[in-house]
Design a protein around this ligand. Structure first.
Ligand SMILES: [Zn+2]
Length: 485
């Protein structure tokens, strides 16, 4: 070809033709969603009256409904009727846990999807290997549920109160357990501090980072938040730890290490010396070091207000087996002897933690929305609690767009999969929620779901209700079976 411009022109035409969906490159299972207001969660822009062509689990094209409708069968067109489409929601902190709740947990997987949650991050449990297997089965379309990212089992010290931890006493055991997690092909590493000494905790963070893992977890009293952040901690679970940054964290940690201050007394010192300005300054340090925070407000809120809220008639209980809810009792028992002052203290502490969210956001810290839903977390109901968490974020003063980001793209960025998940654009995986009202005006709109697209499959409200009905049936059956055991 003599003229290079002609060549470039033809190339552009060829590329354009290849990108544009035609009947020949759309499969028989493709679907089209029309009249959708598409929410761009990165910018907060809404593209009105768009059609989304979805094929083989992916968004193929976003465009004009009348043009694209020629590519799919009549029965495969779904009218969103001017409703709002957002990416499927991510719950960045759940635990699929307890060896005696395997069937119970499996029954809840479709429920997540019915609640618009198409991805969960499982933050480790005693069912580690099973959750890993479920993750793979869901990815292979052998099991129906949300996409799972999981830590498998978490690292802890010897004789931890949590069941099923990988307990380590030294660096050799740390290496063995990291080898085990490598073998499991976990998605990240979780570490908690029940009995794990601070120095081995810090080494664990560094060694897991060396192996390429994101590392998240709690903050021990004998380690400062800054030490963890500097060592490459990817995210801090629970915003309660943020309060430490309002005090002389390093100084208090030194006192704990030298034995001058008992761990059991450290909490009081932090509470009595909290300063909001100091906290805000250090939140900027967290932001600079790229440490995200998963606030998990709802669990603390449920416990703090247990005396005011009667959960006995919660509608959600119809989905949970008696055995599942029996696990709630331990936290209730643990709080039974609390004085009125202690009860008020819990509420004040909850409010102070919630108040940190706007400061964290303003400082540039990435917020990950996670519920901490788990059998052991009292009244933190799987799936529903994420929606409650989002409302608590709004009550704490975050803007709906920021909240939506915390429950979509921030999760995808955490796992570095934002180029295929959690945005609405061509080539993205088709996990979507269609809402009856605009979530950018009020985040509680996420609770009013018209339809869900999970892995490219359109699930109407009717279908979602069927899924929920099935969960109820399984609950009834399991309760009945266990009565006669
Ligand atoms: Zn947790």
């Amino acid at each position: 070809m003599k003229n290079p411009f002609v060549f470039i022109f033809l190339l552009v035409v060829a590329v354009f033709a290849a990108c544009k969906p035609t009947e020949s490159n759309v499969s028989g299972t493709a679907i089209l969603i029309t009249n959708a207001h598409v929410v761009d969660v990165a910018t907060g822009q809404i593209a009105e009256d768009k059609a989304l062509l979805i094929d083989s689990g992916k968004i193929v094209s976003i465009g004009d409904g009348s043009e694209l409708s020629a590519l799919v069968g009549k029965d495969d067109v779904f009218d969103a009727g001017g409703r709002y489409v957002i990416p499927g929601l991510w719950d960045m902190h759940v635990h699929i846990e307890r060896e005696d709740l395997v069937e119970d947990n499996r029954a809840l997987l479709p429920l997540y999807v019915a609640y618009g949650i198409t991805t969960v991050r499982d933050c480790a449990s005693d069912l580690g290997e099973l959750v890993l297997a479920w993750r793979d089965s869901i990815n292979n379309d052998q099991l129906f549920g949300p996409q799972i990212f999981t830590a498998g089992r978490k690292l802890e010290g010897i004789n931890s109160i949590w069941k099923g931890d990988l307990e380590i006493a030294n660096e050799e055991e740390l290496r063995q357990m990291l080898d085990k997690l490598d073998g499991y092909n976990v998605d990240f590493v979780k570490i908690t501090e029940n009995t794990l000494p601070g120095d081995l905790f810090l080494t664990s963070v560094k060694e897991a980072k060396k192996r390429g893992y994101k590392v998240t977890g709690h903050v021990p009293y004998d380690l400062s938040v800054e030490e963890l952040a500097t060592a490459g901690f990817s995210a801090i679970e629970h915003a309660s730890y943020m309060l430490r940054l309002g005090s002389d964290d390093s100084g208090i940690v030194d006192s704990v290490r030298s034995g001058k201050l008992a761990r059991s007394k450290a909490g009081e010192v932090y509470s009595s010396t909290f300063n909001q300005d100091s906290a805000f300054t250090r939140y900027k340090m967290l932001a600079e070091l790229g440490v995200a925070v998963t606030p998990t407000l709802i669990g603390g809120k449920q416990l703090a207000y247990l005396d005011e809220n009667d959960h006995q008639s919660d509608a959600y209980l119809k989905y949970l087996t008696d055995r599942f809810t029996s696990k709630y009792q331990w936290r209730i028992d643990r709080m039974a002897g609390e004085t009125p002052e202690q009860k008020q203290g819990r509420k004040d502490r909850y409010q102070l933690i919630a108040e940190q969210l706007p400061y964290l956001h303003k400082a540039g810290v990435t917020i990950l929305a996670g519920s901490d839903a788990a059998a052991l977390n009292t009244f933190v109901y799987p799936a529903q609690s994420l929606h409650e968490e989002l409302v608590l974020f709004q009550e704490a003063g975050l803007e709906p767009l920021t909240i939506l980001q915390s429950a979509t793209i921030n999760g995808a960025k955490f796992f570095n999969v934002q180029d295929k998940l959690a945005s609405i654009a061509p080539d993205m995986e088709a996990d979507l929620v269609i809402l009856n009202s605009n979530p950018l005006e009020d985040i509680s709109a996420t609770q009013d779901i018209f339809a869900v697209v999970n892995d490219g499959e359109y699930l109407s409200r009717e279908k979602l209700d069927e899924l929920l009905q099935q969960v109820q049936v399984i609950k009834g059956k399991l309760d009945e079976e266990r009565k006669t055991e």
